[in-house]
Design a protein around this ligand. Structure first.
Ligand code: F3S
Length: 284
């Protein structure tokens, strides 16, 4: 049996950087408490492991207000500027693991809003990354996600607009929404801030799924990007299985396969991917 593991399976650069930073802090800690502002990734296994190392999650601004000492790690999604200011004012040690691609959007938004531009973010209003981006603007911000949002968007005609995107937004949809806004004849500057990691992972998963008899997609059941990968792979390979860890894999399903493909969502750690890969190899 041949096994094809996607090169882009698992952590993207920004998530890997954030996870590594948490473990580095945990290894270096003497007596300081370590917190992450929000869960560092959506993966139960990793979160359990971090908890066992004494790392705690701060869930809200309210919770943060009550913390007097320790290290707070900002996850790859980033945070609004006021959270960074709070950390400084409370004398907490801050380790910033905001992905550099997200940090770049913060800088753009901060600078462009200082020029008086209205900030238009194309993305999901409730996503922590978008909430973070919003918090770097001094001027008004609108978040749009759908065609209807784009058609309804309105500001005073003389207001200049700066358009940015959530890093994981779909490029074609971004282009389409920008086209709709362009028809309104505002003075707009468009910055495509989409990160290619997600797209590359999806494209590779699809091409592997087309070649294999069985496709395995590994990721947390709550991870939306893993669900998306599963959807994409299922379209090309009817025998696609969604598992969280090796425990969920039924080896009987692989019995007659000549070629098995493996990919994993952005928050699946390497050791889980390797464990699955090694066990498939050993069994066949
Ligand atoms: Fe960064 Fe792109 Fe990952 S923005 S966190 S490398 S998906």
């Amino acid at each position: 049996m041949e096994i094809k593991v996607a090169k882009t399976a698992g952590f993207c650069f920004g998530v890997k950087r954030a996870v590594d930073l948490v473990y580095k802090e945990a290894d270096n800690k003497c007596c300081e408490k370590i917190y992450t502002y929000g869960p560092i990734i959506h993966n139960e296994e990793v979160m359990k492991d971090m908890k066992s190392k004494g790392i705690e999650i701060i869930h809200s601004e309210e919770e943060l207000k009550n913390i007097q000492s320790g290290v707070v790690i900002i996850r790859s999604h980033g945070v609004p500027k006021r959270i960074q200011t709070m950390l400084e004012q409370q004398g907490l040690k801050c380790e910033d693991a905001t992905c550099p691609f997200v940090k770049k959007i913060h800088r753009i938004v901060e600078e462009e809003s200082k020029k008086g531009k209205h900030i238009l973010i194309i993305g999901d209003e409730n996503h922590p990354e978008v909430m973070g981006i919003k918090g770097w603007s001094d001027t008004d911000v609108t978040v749009i996600k759908t065609e209807e949002d784009a058609r309804n968007f309105e500001v005073a005609p003389e207001t200049p607009i700066c358009i940015v995107s959530q890093t994981t937004f779909n490029y074609n949809k971004f282009k389409y929404l920008v086209e709709i806004i362009s028809e309104k004849n505002y003075n707009i500057s468009v910055l495509n801030t989409i990160c290619s990691a997600t797209k590359e992972r999806q494209t590779e998963a699809e091409s592997i799924a087309k070649e294999v008899d069985v496709m395995i997609v590994i990721g947390d059941k709550h991870s939306s990007n893993t669900q998306k990968l599963f959807e994409i792979c299922s379209r090309s390979c009817a025998n696609t299985h969604y598992i969280q860890t090796l425990k969920d894999l039924d080896m009987n399903q692989l019995k007659s396969a000549r070629m098995v493909g493996i990919t994993a969502g952005a928050s699946t750690p390497n050791n889980i991917i390797e464990e699955v890969q090694n066990n498939v190899r050993i069994n066949f």
